[in-house]
Design a protein around this ligand. Structure first.
Ligand SMILES: [Zn+2]
Length: 239
């Protein structure tokens, strides 16, 4: 290969990698800020739950939310959707929102493009078949990481990417009080809180999250903070 050929090859590879990895990475904070601004205009707090549904913990979480009259958004894993379709139907019937989180929790940077795209489409099919009722509008990438295919998917698949701005790291905590305190201290209008109703890579008890949610909702009520699904907040915030 001539030096010109080598230079062209390196330039093309840099462009490709830039488009595939760097562009989504640069866009991520901008997408998060834009979303939070809309939720802030609506004066809402959005509780979001990833990685479920889980047969035990998600059912208990739905009981807590129902008792408190709170509406939340669930970013569901396709492989858990096909195992627990009844819980997905219950979420939708109770007025919660469901969104996609991939089928097998694939990391956008560590998965090949073909496998990644297959995972996205499998997740979409799982929700369409098991209770999504065609009203699925949101997508949250696993680990919050995206590649160029993620951007194409949400653009052509009519989904909106939802990141977060409050993360109490409930998945590694053993204390509901500590999780609730972290959220209550940081939450206000415009907060999108990242929580997990199931556990993916770590063996802590998801009951910690369920108990933390009960505590934080009591605090929200005393502070006059109103929770809603992400799409409800976005609709209210764009008026
Ligand atoms: Zn996840």
């Amino acid at each position: 290969m001539t030096s010109t050929g080598l230079l062209l090859g390196i330039s093309a590879l840099s462009l490709l990698l830039g488009a595939y990895f760097v562009l989504p990475w640069v866009m991520k904070p901008w997408l998060a800020r834009r979303l939070a601004a809309q939720v802030r205009r609506a004066g809402r707090v959005c509780l979001t739950f990833d990685d479920g549904p889980d047969a035990a913990s998600t059912a208990r979480l739905l009981d807590v939310l129902d008792r408190e009259g709170a509406k939340a958004t669930f970013f569901l894993l396709g492989r858990n959707v096909v195992k627990n379709p009844g819980l997905v139907r219950r979420m939708v019937e109770s007025g919660h929102e469901v969104g996609e989180h991939g089928f097998g929790h694939r990391h956008a940077w560590k998965t090949g493009p073909v496998a990644y795209l297959r995972d996205l489409l499998a997740s979409r099919r799982a929700l369409a078949e098991h209770g999504g009722r065609g009203n699925v509008a949101l997508y949250r990438p696993a680990y919050g990481e995206m590649n160029l295919l993620t951007l194409f998917y949400v653009l052509f698949g009519r989904r909106r990417i939802v990141m977060w701005n409050v993360n109490p790291r409930d998945f590694e905590s053993h204390s509901p009080e500590s999780v609730a305190t972290k959220v209550v201290e940081r939450a206000g209008a415009g907060s999108i809180v990242l929580l997990h109703d199931a556990r993916e890579d770590i063996a802590t008890d998801p009951q910690v999250t369920v108990d933390a949610v009960r505590l934080m909702l009591q605090q929200f009520r005393s502070r006059g903070l109103v929770t809603s699904t992400v799409s409800t907040a976005l609709a209210a915030g764009s008026q």
